[in-house]
Every structure is written in C-alpha cells, then in structure tokens.
Design a protein around this ligand. Structure first.
Ligand code: GCO
Ligand code: MN
Ligand code: MN
Length: 379
C-alpha cells in the first residue's frame, strides 16, 4: 500500500498500541487449531515499531509463562525492556490472564472457591507489579470467566460482593505500594461464559461507585463487546467520557448477533466507526488507541502485518474524514441551519413555539445523506 497519503502514516503521537495477544493470535478457534507459528514478544515489538505503533500491551503470561521461575521471569523482563528501549516502544497498559488456567473455570474474583479468589488476587497483584516495572499507568481487568451458566450455582449478589472485594484489594495494593496506576474494567456480555457479570459500560460505572477507591477505577470499553450486547459503542464510550471514566479503549469491529469476532478496526461498520473516531477526537481523551483484534484465520504471517498496518491506517483515514466533516461547507451549513432555527424560535410564546416544533421537520435526512456521501468518498 504505497501512495501519497502521508497523513495516513502513523506517528508516535497517534498513540497506537496493540496487545501482544492480537498480533500473536495464531488463528485457533473452537473448531480448528493454530494456522500460524508463534510470535515472540520481542519480534512483535520490533515489527510494530517498524509499522509506526507507539507501544504494546500484554497479559502477564503473554510475556512470562505461568511456570517460569523467579530467575527466568527476571531474565525475560530484562530482555523485553531492552527490546522496548531499542525500538522506542512503550507499554502503557498491562493486564492479567485470569481465564486460561483451568483453575479459573468458574471465574477468578467471582469463583465460588475462596482459595481460587485469593490466588486470582495475588496473580493480579503480581501482574500490576510487572506493569509498573514496564512503565504502565493503566491496569486493565477483563473478567473473562467472571460469569455463570448455572444460576443455581451461586447467588449473583455474592458474586458481585466477591468481585468488589477483589478490586478493592487491587486498589489497596496500588496505594500501599505507592503506584501511580489506575484500573480500567472491561465489560463484555458473554463469551466464554454464558453470561458475564457487569456486561456493559453502564453496569461497570454503577459498580465502580460501590468500590473503596472509585477514583482509581474507570472503564475500558470495547467496540465488539458493546455490539455483542446489541448496544451502540459510541453511546457507551460517550457515557464513560461524560463520567470522566474513559481510562483506556479497545478498538475493533464486530457484527451484531455473531460470535466474538475481533474484526480489524473500522472494517465492518463504517458509519459507526466514523462517529466513534469523531467522539474520541472531539473529546479530551489523551490515552492510547489500543487495537484488540486479530487477523482473519485465512492469513499467514504477512497477513498479520497487513492487519496491524490496516488498523492504524484506517484509524487515520477515519480521522481524516472527521476533519473533512468539519471543513465541508454543506455539512456545516446544514448543521448551522438547524441550530439557527432552534435559536430563532426560542423567543416565541410557549404555545405557538410548541406548535411550531410539532410541525417542523429537522432536516436530518439531508444531513445524514451528506455524511453518508462524505464516507462514500463522493464529497
Ligand atoms: C476478549 C477481551 C480480551 C481483553 C484482554 C485484556 O474478548 O477476549 O477483549 O481481549 O481485552 O484480555 O484484558
Ligand atoms: Mn474482546
Ligand atoms: Mn478487549
């Protein structure tokens, strides 16, 4: 993809990041095994840096295998930090894997077994320590298996209480260690569990207010997760921004009423993606633009880098469309006409004003068509 679109070349200031697990995804699904070779964290750092990303993110075990000794762990972290330095890459966020080990099959913080809950909290604390060592300011927590199939197995109120205790233990850890780290909770409605607790941004936000240190906890909305719940990701993210709680964001794409697809950002819902990028760019969100998606299973290694390059390039292309939206005379004219009418009629007497508003049209058809044509490249 060589062309003259210099504005589509990612820069460090764009703050694009990828999870090690995204470019490292080997195409396994419930019906078929891996189709791509493993990718080492250091190779991921080198290639992503070459493509213009600013950083990588990781689960504890994406970098340090679960069975590594303390000595092995330290060596791995040392080598990884060296690679980060060599390739000028950052690690703004780390997370913890609380779903792969069979011990978490009934959840981690919400497991019915106190021993498992304790183990999960300790593992999360160690992942936070690792994050601090790598310079991360955000700790994402995705409760992959914090859910249930059998409602009889536990009272959901207990599950919420245990969940709260877990997160309180983590904020306590931040405070006692003097870390400048904040937690971002990532909601998802289902998959791999039948139902996951706290399935939407709204439920997470309400839950955060019940924690001991709500000021340290925000959300990490994901486009695909909102769509899986049948919701509008733009409105989910807007509510997080409105509450000052957008600490991080997972960008990808997803069709409604499908399995968890993790499609490349902006590859499916063009209009929805446009409004999401517009919202992020219009807001004061300064955090990473983090891609949590993976290449199609049809792809080989080259396809993985096409996926990574395409994710960033698409974000920049949408951002360019946002700029055009603000510069388009007709679009801005249509918006101004609507606003002028609103102002003009606000001086009328109540009853006649209301009647006027009952009869008038808002001309949103015209506006929407203009935006559609902008996105289709007709303007
Ligand atoms: C998923 C989630 C994960 C999390 C990741 C970070 O659907 O599997 O989106 O990719 O984002 O585990 O916590
Ligand atoms: Mn996801
Ligand atoms: Mn995610």
């Amino acid at each position: 993809m060589s062309d003259n679109y210099n504005h589509l070349i990612p820069q460090a200031a764009d703050r694009f990041t990828f999870g090690l697990w995204t470019v490292g995804n080997r195409g396994r699904d419930p019906f078929g095994d891996a189709v791509r070779p493993p990718l080492s964290p250091i190779d991921a750092v080198r290639e992503l840096s070459r493509l213009g990303a600013q950083g990588v993110t990781l689960h504890d075990n994406d970098l340090v295998p679960m069975e590594a000794s303390q000595e092995q762990r330290n060596q791995i972290v040392r080598d990884f930090k060296m690679a980060l330095e060599d390739y000028h890459m950052q690690v703004p966020m780390v997370t913890v894997n609380l779903f792969y080990d069979p011990v978490f099959k009934d959840g981690a913080f919400t497991s019915s077994a106190p021993w498992v809950r304790r183990f999960a909290i300790d593992k999360a604390k160690r992942a936070m320590d690792l994050g601090v060592e790598l310079g991360a300011g955000i700790f994402v927590l995705w409760g992959g298996r914090e859910g249930a199939e059998v409602e009889a197995s536990k009272d959901p109120r207990d599950a919420l209480k245990w969940y709260r205790e877990g997160i309180n233990a983590l904020t306590e850890h931040i405070l006692t260690q003097g870390y400048s780290m904040r937690i971002a909770l990532e909601p998802k409605p289902n998959e791999p569990r039948s139902d996951i607790y706290l399935p939407t941004v709204g439920s997470m936000l309400a839950f955060i207010h019940t924690l001991s240190h709500p000021e340290l906890v925000g959300v990490n909305p994901e486009v695909a997760h909102a769509k899986m719940a049948g919701l509008n990701p733009v409105h989910e993210v807007a509510q997080a921004i409105d509450q000052g709680k957008l600490f991080h964001i997972d960008l990808n794409d997803q069709r409604i009423a499908r399995f968890d697809q993790d499609l490349r950002f902006g590859s499916d819902d063009i209009k929805g993606t446009f409004y999401l990028v517009k919202l992020l760019e219009d807001s004061d969100y300064q955090g990473p633009r983090h891609f949590d998606a993976h290449a199609y299973r049809t792809e080989d290694v080259a396809g993985v880098w096409d996926f990574a390059r395409g994710s960033m390039r698409s974000y920049l292309a949408y951002r360019e469309k946002v700029r055009q939206f603000y510069q388009d005379q007709e679009i801005q004219g249509a918006l101004r006409r609507i606003q002028d009418l609103n102002r003009e009629k606000s001086g009328m007497e109540d009853e006649s004003a209301l009647n006027w508003w009952r009869e008038r049209g808002y001309a949103y058809e015209e506006l929407d068509q203009l935006v559609t044509e902008l996105l289709l490249g007709l303007r």
